[in-house]
Design a protein around this ligand. Structure first.
Ligand SMILES: [Fe+2]
Ligand SMILES: [Fe+2]
Length: 209
């Protein structure tokens, strides 16, 4: 099934997670073909993505406004490390060597928009992290569907991550709104526009983002 097929072809659970995402643009249609054509590279990139998601959760703990959230952020970091371990297991079983990370122009573009100043930085950092989680949630869903008849193990693996990444997306947005609801909504609006602009810029690397 094409990733952008009508929602009527999806299960209720899948529709829930995709319906929760606020994105204003779709990734280029070339994205799926590109990642399916080089799954070993995508798996290495995915391993780094989970590693970076764990470190990102921990680095959010430096903000004064998030000291109260330290347990929730630790829980997210632990979950991301578990995902990292799962991807490493797949790499090993398939004889794919772990390699260096590939930079993502989309992630770099989002992070460049983070303002300085304790509170502004915390809100922007949370929203960037939320959008990365949200795009993972969306893309893992598409990968699970596309891989169903090609690679059952990977299809199940990606399908199994959708809920967790969707939860992380929601948790980060809730944390940002908890700091300052109006400012978080204003910045989310800014970042959704930025994401829509950046997501359309195709690049040749077989990476998730
Ligand atoms: Fe994850
Ligand atoms: Fe996550």
């Amino acid at each position: 099934m094409h990733p952008w097929s009508p929602t009527s072809q999806r299960s209720v659970g899948q529709t829930f997670w995709l319906g929760m995402l606020l994105f204003r643009a779709k990734p280029p249609e070339t994205w799926l073909g590109k990642v399916l054509s080089d799954l070993p590279s995508v798996l290495v990139d995915h391993a780094h993505l989970e590693r970076k998601a764990a470190t990102s959760a921990l680095s959010l703990e430096k903000y004064r406004d998030l000291f109260e959230q330290v347990d929730a952020l630790n829980a997210i970091a632990i979950e991301e490390l578990q995902h990292f371990t799962l991807v490493l297991g797949i790499l090993r079983r398939r004889g794919i060597p772990f390699g260096p990370p590939t930079p993502s122009p989309w992630i770099r573009g989002l992070m460049r928009g983070i303002r300085s100043g304790q509170r502004h930085q915390a809100i922007d950092h949370l929203i960037c992290a939320a959008l990365i989680e949200g795009r993972s949630c969306e893309k893992f869903q598409w990968l699970a569907e596309a891989l169903r008849n090609r690679d059952a193990e990977l299809a199940e693996f990606y399908g199994g991550l959708v809920e967790s990444e969707g939860n992380h997306y929601a948790s980060y947005l809730i944390m940002a709104r908890h700091i300052d609801e109006k400012e978080a909504d204003r910045r989310l609006d800014y970042y959704l526009d930025l994401d829509a602009k950046l997501i359309g810029e195709d690049h040749p690397a077989a990476i998730l983002h």
